[in-house]
Design a binder for this molecule. Structure first.
Ligand code: SF4
Length: 366
């Protein structure tokens, strides 16, 4: 078995690492690297599945009905891997009106949705007042969970508004923000970030914003975009920094690894992740991140079949039904799955589908 095309045969260290993890030990970075380099997908998958079962007993696999609302694609950052953004003034750019946002929320609620995830480009004119007014109005009109604004957006809003990040977070929380998506993490290694998103916030700033959010009482998810220009060691450094912050704050609800999609981006031709590499990364994430309850499969980038298989490699959550998804679609990848398809995929894997909300409370069993 190979992972990342590295080796053909399993190497013995993988066994020792997985045995340690199953016995409740915390694996080191060197052990996580050994697991990756062993290429022993079955060994890693078995251990990850056992750990998943402990974290999510009774074979429960969760999913959420919510909607991405990309409020603008205007962005001053222009990351090389991003096919979604447009320069200010571009005829293909948009900024949704409040009415358009409300219409999308109403459609979400009509479809049984419990939350929205608002994310957008870094627009130079949208400040703290804009977002506080918007969130306040949303909460006044709808019973909906607001899981919105990733760390680069929070940092940008604070900067545009000339206030500290901590103050921005408090205002946003008071206005109705419930939690933060972990977008913009990519790989939390600056040498990698300099290649894929040189104008975006650095790794320490991403972690500082998340730390401040957690301390302000806002939980968040952590993501990792891999399969581009990074090494296994870079992925492990990313995991190390997430695990360390989680030890400190306990503020991460889930870890979401997903693969870089290069079509229609300036990094075309550099996406390198295979299905096997994806499954191995899910498994290593589950094994290494012993302090994060949920590992989410990315059917949006992998398709539902690989996402379903990842449930046997440590994932316990299928994420959102994605009533709307624009960012990955802009990069040329377009998978669709409604509630029925997610429920079917989970049941067909012999597991129990459970609808959750964005705070990971159970909403319904199927
Ligand atoms: S990834 Fe986000 S910050 Fe980077 S160009 Fe796209 S919208 Fe802008």
């Amino acid at each position: 078995m190979t992972a990342g095309g590295k080796r053909l045969l399993p190497s013995p260290p993988a066994e020792g690492v997985t045995r340690k993890a199953i016995a409740g030990g915390r694996i080191s970075e060197a052990e996580a690297l050994a697991l990756f380099e062993s290429g022993d997908l079955i060994q890693a998958g078995r251990a990850a599945a056992a750990l998943r079962q402990r974290r999510a007993p009774a074979g429960r696999v969760t999913f959420v009905i919510d909607r991405n609302i990309n409020y603008t694609n205007y962005c001053i950052t222009g990351c090389d891997f991003c096919a979604f953004h447009r320069r200010l003034g571009s005829p293909e750019g948009f900024l949704l009106s409040r009415r358009e946002i409300f219409d999308k929320i109403e459609e979400t609620i009509a479809l049984g949705g419990t939350g929205i995830m608002m994310q957008g480009g870094l627009h130079p004119d949208l400040d703290i007042e804009y977002f506080c007014d918007l969130f306040h109005a949303i909460k006044q009109n709808y019973d909906i969970y607001i899981h919105s604004l990733s760390p680069p957006e929070i940092y940008h809003i604070a900067k545009v508004s000339r206030i500290p990040v901590e103050e921005a977070l408090l205002h946003l929380k008071q206005a109705g923000l419930d939690s933060l998506p972990g977008g913009g993490a990519e790989i939390l290694v600056d040498a990698v970030r300099r290649r894929v998103s040189p104008r975006k916030i650095g790794s320490s700033v991403w972690l500082e914003v998340m730390r401040a959010a957690h301390l302000a009482g806002l939980k968040g998810t952590a993501t990792m975009m891999f399969g581009g220009v990074e090494t296994y060691a870079d992925r492990i450094e990313h995991l190390r920094r997430i695990r360390e912050l989680q030890d400190e704050t306990g503020g991460f609800t889930a870890f979401i690894p997903w693969t870089f999609q290069d079509a229609r981006t300036r990094l075309r031709g550099q996406a390198s992740s295979s299905g096997i590499d994806y499954l191995m990364t899910v498994a290593v994430s589950r094994i290494y991140l012993d302090n994060i309850a949920n590992v989410q499969a990315s059917w949006v980038t992998q398709g539902l079949k690989v996402a379903q298989i990842s449930l046997a490699f440590g994932a316990n959550d299928l994420g959102s039904t994605m009533i709307e998804e624009n960012v990955v679609a802009a990069a040329g990848v377009s998978y669709h799955a409604g509630k029925e398809e997610l429920v079917h995929a989970i049941k067909a894997a012999g597991l129990q589908p459970v609808q959750r909300d964005n705070a990971y409370n159970f909403v319904d069993f199927y």
